[in-house]
Design a protein around this ligand. Structure first.
Ligand SMILES: Nc1ncnc2c1ncn2[C@@H]1O[C@H](COP(=O)(O)OP(=O)(O)OP(=O)(O)O)[C@@H](O)[C@H]1O
Ligand SMILES: [Mg+2]
Length: 212
């Protein structure tokens, strides 16, 4: 088996023909660490490089559906989230999230999973589902984690700026709980590569990577 590029796509050559490699990036980090900002930057850079939208990665998140619904109803993100939880509809949103992931894998799009993915347990469940979808469509998955580690002060500063800019709020006790449950991603969870990110000045920078 060998890996090469065909029509701009990475493929694995086998005796049975070329199998596309599907690149999956799993973002890991508490609210306000900059996951969505980085996800958008990756797709914008990719878009410029490829000079067309066909190969750019799809950003898959549950937030996207909540934000769409909030906009449609003319309510805040926080209010919409409360309604969804009260009405027990989070499963429905998660269903849409997985449908988009499946459709993207089926159509050979690379994906960036933009959720907090804070615990090893939640990432294990996610990796299991991703692996099942790849098997279903005979695709090969290469999966990278990008793990954001910011201080509480940096997170609070981001969240207050975002609140002013967009009106999106995350209650402080939610951030507390997220920080309590956060487990740093490590390669032994099943990632091909882990990239660690910290905030230096006003740039989110790569501090080290783990490809061993
Ligand atoms: N490197 C950075 N420098 C300055 N501001 C940043 C940086 N990265 C992100 N921000 C700002 O911080 C705020 C939160 O970032 P972002 O929305 O990307 O976080 P998130 O991790 O996606 O949070 P959530 O999990 O709540 O969706 C935004 O207003 C964004 O503009
Ligand atoms: Mg986000």
């Amino acid at each position: 088996m060998s890996s090469k590029k065909t029509n701009g796509k990475d493929v694995i050559e086998t005796n049975g023909g070329a199998i596309p490699i599907s690149h999956v990036v799993i973002l890991v980090g508490v609210s306000g660490t900059g996951k969505t900002t980085v996800a958008k930057k990756i797709t914008e850079e990719e878009h410029e490089r490829e000079n067309c939208s066909c190969n750019t990665a799809v950003i898959c998140s549950t937030d996207k559906f909540i934000e769409e619904e909030a906009k449609k109803l003319g309510i805040t993100y926080q209010k919409c989230m409360e309604n969804i939880q009260k009405e027990g509809r989070f499963k429905e949103i998660t269903g849409k999230f997985y449908d988009e992931i499946e459709e993207s894998i089926k159509t050979d799009k690379h994906i960036i999973i933009d959720r907090t993915n804070l615990t090893k347990g939640s990432r294990k469940a996610l990796l299991g589902k991703l692996s099942d979808i790849h098997k279903k469509y005979d695709k090969i998955m290469e999966v990278m984690a990008v793990c954001f580690n910011l201080t509480r002060d940096q997170i609070d500063e981001h969240l207050s700026i975002r609140e002013l800019e967009t009106g999106k709020t995350i209650p402080s006790d939610v951030v507390d709980k997220q920080l309590e449950s956060f487990e740093v991603a490590t390669k032994d969870e099943g990632f091909d590569f882990v990239q660690y990110m910290e905030l230096r000045g006003d740039s989110t920078v790569k501090i080290k990577s783990d490809a061993e």
